[in-house]
Design a protein around this ligand. Structure first.
Ligand SMILES: [Fe+2]
Length: 522
């Protein structure tokens, strides 16, 4: 197998657009604009490659230390959304943006408290922001290295907030010390953000006002001279094929090992957003991988399962960290937003095509439950493959063990009994649960999982036989009981599990892993 690396870049771009409060396809649209602009400026293929990657990846490090940003300024996505439109070298605009952030964070505080917080925030703002922004640059470079990007592309990611006039952060570089692709992409991305915010004509005025400040005058003039053509069609979404088509040669391909590394890099990027999720995706992947092997999943399913485990929470980037960090319960609106993260996860991973489609399908279902009580599609057992069931169980076990600001973590034993209760009550697949627990070193307790819905051991035996296609008479013969007794068992178990047909009983047995049990016991 081989995958275009550009597909991974698009997945990362989608996720970082969400995390930074940008509009849909922001990075993709800015990539098209930046490449067109580079061509207009007469840059060669090598420079165009740098521009292409800078536009797609500029914000991939911005997940680092998000909890510190949220602790200082509250809703970090709202703050970032505002920062995209202002001229960050304009002190008045910059200060006002942070005052609004503090005001949002302290909604309901007294005027005195608010005034004190603003005074303190503005005095300490640089101390808070500069190390965070430095971290973003460094992390972006490391992630880029892990997805196989060369040094000349990575070095530009170390300058993402620098400006022509030296008023950028964190190093205050100026003039040509700021690399040309960085300068060009900064202008292109500001143009897209301003187009969305204030429209085409006002965007041009803002770019003109910033010439000689945020951007070198010549570059701003070149852009303004061709802006109509450069921006044509960029007020709407951009598709995957367009981004693949404009990638300057050579087109990098990733083999299976390189894909594994790229997925793992995404896992770490997701988890480093908050200290309490650190290592979460790796741990879920290790559990899921071991459980999948125990259950004998085919190689292709194993690969998709592991990659989905690495990336299952990529859609969480759409939800402000400030929500997760709060000790209280979520509002209804926040819960709705949180429940949509599997959707965003699927959407982010879809560009990956091929195997990536299986990965996206698993990510979409990682919070679904067999009985339809999960989210966000309320899928049911028939829509949940063995890999989906394992991922759901591994995620539930690992998450229960981890502490969150709004609840403590529980012991392995407590997490295990919680999962077994979920299996008994028909939410999680018993076989997947036992496979995950065995992988986590929990002692097996198969009897409980074997007899869901209060079935007696004999009813389970009858159920397994009829699920495997035997008639009541054949089941009676195999179990050495009277046909009438077998009939009675069937009526009793049907009523306990809430079905009226053999087919539905067979499906129930599949859902609970009872058929599998029978084969593995044989
Ligand atoms: Fe999740």
């Amino acid at each position: 197998m081989a995958v275009r690396r550009a597909d991974f870049l698009m997945a990362l771009a989608y996720a970082t657009d969400l995390a930074t409060g940008h509009a849909r396809d922001f990075a993709l649209r800015s990539c098209v604009l930046a490449v067109r602009f580079a061509q207009t400026a007469g840059l060669d293929q090598n420079m165009q490659r740098k521009v292409y990657h800078q536009a797609l990846l500029r914000y991939i490090g911005c997940n680092a230390d998000t909890h510190l940003l949220a602790a200082a300024w509250g809703d970090e996505i709202a703050l970032r959304r505002e920062l995209h439109h202002i001229d960050m070298g304009n002190r008045e605009q910059f200060v006002q943006t942070f005052i609004r952030a503090i005001t949002r964070k302290l909604a309901g505080a007294s005027p005195e408290e608010l005034a004190k917080a603003i005074e303190r925030g503005l005095a300490e703002g640089a101390q808070v922001n500069i190390p965070i922004l430095s971290g973003h640059c460094e992390v972006a470079q490391r992630i880029a290295e892990r997805i196989g990007l060369p040094e000349d592309i990575r070095e530009n990611l170390g300058q993402i907030y620098e400006r022509w006039d030296g008023k950028g952060l964190p190093r205050g570089l100026s003039g040509e010390a700021v690399k040309f692709p960085v300068r060009l992409v900064t202008l292109a991305q500001d143009a897209i953000a301003l187009l969305d915010q204030v429209g085409f004509e006002a965007m041009k005025s803002r770019i003109a006002e910033r010439a000689g400040g945020a951007y070198e005058t010549e570059l701003a003039e070149l852009f303004l001279g061709h802006s109509e053509k450069l921006m044509s069609g960029l007020d709407g979404p951009v598709d995957r094929e367009t981004i693949l088509a404009i990638e300057p040669l050579p087109h990098a391909m990733l083999d299976e090992t390189e894909c594994e590394q790229a997925y793992l890099a995404i896992a770490d990027m997701i988890d480093m957003r908050m200290p309490f999720t650190f290592g979460h995706s790796r741990a879920v992947a290790a559990l899921a991988d071991a459980a999948g092997k125990r259950m004998g999943l085919p190689a292709a399913d194993m690969r998709a399962l592991r990659w989905a485990a690495y990336t299952h929470d990529i859609g969480e980037l759409a939800i402000p960290v400030s929500i997760w960090m709060r000790a209280g319960t979520l509002t209804e609106r926040e819960t709705d937003a949180a429940h949509l993260h599997p959707y965003h996860g699927e959407r982010a991973l879809l560009p990956l095509g091929g195997d990536g489609r299986s990965v996206a399908a698993l990510v979409l279902r990682h919070h679904e439950r067999l009985d339809g009580t999960g989210y966000h599609r309320y899928a049911k057992a028939s829509d949940l493959s063995p890999a989906a069931r394992i991922l759901a169980a591994a995620e539930a076990f690992q998450t229960a063990r981890e502490a969150r600001p709004y609840r403590p973590g529980v012991s392995d034993a407590a997490a295990a009994s919680r999962l077994r209760a979920d299996a008994r009550e028909g939410r999680l697949c018993a076989e997947a649960v036992e496979a995950v627990l065995a992988s986590a070193g929990q002692p097996a307790r198969r009897n409980t999982a074997d007899r869901p819905s209060g079935l007696t051991p004999r009813e389970v035996e009858v159920l397994r036989l009829i699920a495997a296609g035997h008639t009541a008479k054949e089941a009676a013969r195999q179990l050495d009981i009277a046909p009438k007794t077998a009939d009675n068992h069937i009526q009793s178990l049907y009523s306990k599990i809430g079905v009226t047909t053999r087919a539905a009983a067979a499906l129930y047995a599949l859902e609970r892993g009872l058929v599998q049990e029978r084969f593995s016991a044989a």
